[in-house]
Design a protein around this ligand. Structure first.
Ligand code: G
Ligand code: G
Ligand code: NA
Ligand code: MN
Length: 254
């Protein structure tokens, strides 16, 4: 009974679900969107972290159907919230490198999002830096098509990958997510302060938006607000929660 064989049956057995973590605008204090994060709940194995099963899913190719399930479910959820509450909610979805290298990935994304009715400008696609290191013509073409279709392209865990910055010029990137390893030391750690300020300055100069990840304290939030970061995501506002709980952030306007 291996993790792999269990994972192969997880989708059909409805063992995968999404949690949603609010993203809060630092000026208005309103929840403007959510990051969708996949969870695996198996009867025998219990709750398995994506850190443990996403690498396996990537290895055996299951990340393709799992990724499509995540994209469809997240976009449908955002569209339902939109219809129910007459408010536009941005939804962020993680795309793995294995998904992006599929020849028909752009067409797949367009078809899936279209089938949910969600306006394309409300989907953010999160990519890690390592995905963009190939500098291939194919990746460039795909990201340009996705960008021209109206999706937001965001770099996850910014600053922790291979730190060549040339891809920032090459690709149509809209948002940088400041990695939580930098946020965690704010506002005391001089290195984290310097790095965070540098990332914010970089994003401003390149006309990109900023999301700070892993915001856990009021002091971190205040630092980020003072330094003109746009959006905060972290346990201070909420852990990733099930859809019904996430909806409360829309109702309460946070
Ligand atoms: O939610 P949590 O902190 O447990 O997520 C752990 C890791 O799993 C993070 O790096 C996150 O980006 C990744 N992850 C969560 N959901 C998805 C998903 O739907 N697709 C991919 N590719 N990665 C995900
Ligand atoms: O790699 P990625 O940035 O997608 O990972 C998101 C992960 O970060 C999720 O597993 C989520 O549970 C976790 N996370 C979100 N907010 C916080 C936080 O405030 N503190 C910590 N330690 N982890 C967080
Ligand atoms: Na992410
Ligand atoms: Mn991240």
């Amino acid at each position: 009974f291996s993790l792999e064989s269990a994972l192969r049956r997880a989708l059909e057995n409805n063992e995968l679900l999404l949690h949603y973590q609010p993203q809060v605008d630092l000026i208005s204090n309103q929840t403007t969107g959510f990051e969708a994060l996949v969870r695996w709940n198996n009867a025998e194995l219990g709750l398995i972290s994506p850190t443990d099963f996403i690498p396996i899913a990537e290895e055996i190719g299951l990340i393709i159907p799992i990724g499509e399930f995540v994209l469809y479910t997240a976009c449908l959820q955002a569209q339902q919230w939109r219809e129910r509450h007459a408010v536009d909610i941005n939804i962020s979805v993680n795309l793995s490198g294995r998904q992006l290298i599929q020849a028909n990935i752009v067409e797949r994304i367009l078809a899936i999002v279209e089938s949910t009715g969600l306006p394309f400008n409300l989907l953010t696609i999160e990519l890690t830096e390592s995905i963009l290191m190939d500098h291939s013509k194919e990746t460039l073409d795909k990201l340009e098509k996705l960008s021209q279709s109206g999706f937001t392209i965001s770099i996850d865990d910014f600053g922790t990958g291979y730190s060549s910055m040339s891809y920032l010029k090459r690709y149509p990137i809209d948002t940088l997510k400041i990695d939580r390893s930098f946020v965690s030391g704010l506002p005391e750690d001089a290195n984290d302060v310097a790095i965070t300020q540098a990332i914010i300055a970089l994003a401003k100069n390149l006309d990109m938006k900023l999301v700070a990840e892993g915001v856990e304290t009021e002091e971190q939030l205040e630092f980020l607000r003072v330094h003109k970061c746009d959006t905060a995501q972290g346990y201070l506002h909420s852990r990733p929660v099930v859809a019904e709980q996430a909806e409360q952030f829309i109702l309460n306007k946070n």
